[in-house]
Design a protein around this ligand. Sequence first.
Ligand code: PHE
Ligand code: FE
Length: 288
Amino acid sequence: MAQVTHNPPEGAAADWTIPQDWYRYTPQEHAMWDHLFARQAAMLPGRVVPEFMAGLDILRMTRPGIPDFAELSERLMQATGWQVVAVPGLVPDHVFFDHLANRRFVAGRFIRTPEQIDYLEEPDIFHDVFGHVPLLAHPVFADYMQAYGAGGLRASGLGAIERLARLYWYTVEFGLIRHDDGLRLFGAGIVSSYGESIFALDDPSPNRLGFDLRRLMRTRYRIDDYQQTYFVIDSFEDLLRQTAETDFAPIYAELADQADLDTATIVTEDRIYNRGTQAYAHAKAGTA
Ligand code: PHE
Ligand code: FE
């Protein structure tokens, strides 16, 4: 999501945005979007939170081709007052937080090549737009994202960005949510990945634990492979209540003396949906 650099690159505005230049996408690039879209759209109903599928519809993302940010922003603005803006890649933390705090979602404009279909080092437009944007049409989730941005600006001053980044990771990117018929996906990192959309819900390997703010902010995460632990929220309303309506400053202070937890650790207070076998992670470690 962010890295430390200071000046925007050549051609970018002071807030790091660049034009999407939608007309430049080639037919092959649109076809790549359509391919990825079809694969996820066939698999996600019944696995993803229903508000995600509703968002695809509300924003007319079901039409073929890479979305034009101008059009997408118009629809999103009507739904929840959000916009989507293009950036050249990862941006500095404060730039990222500032855009979110102002209801602007920053997205990469490039799309993966056929060689990168299932593994990408930097988020592309499919991850950023297909993964993140549909839920921004949901009013409660939209408010959570804005509050997160404001919280990020505040955390910078409190030396707590790393803690707060874990909250983003385990909710916005890799969150699961309770549903009448079991668990559902909502994290963008999961729903934009074919493999992880299956793994996160069905594989016996990872832990699935109830959301607990302090616990989650102590938990390391992995950026190189599927998660070893997923956290399950009760609802978007509950997530908003526990974050936006809670003062984090005392929590950061309290956590300062506590040790981090490893990606696969389970503690006695955890509400366990599934205790993972970690077979997948162990097999990978054995062959690495
Ligand atoms: N309420 C948090 C604070 O006091 C900010 C926050 C809001 C963090 C929403 C995450 C999500 O800093
Ligand atoms: Fe993301």
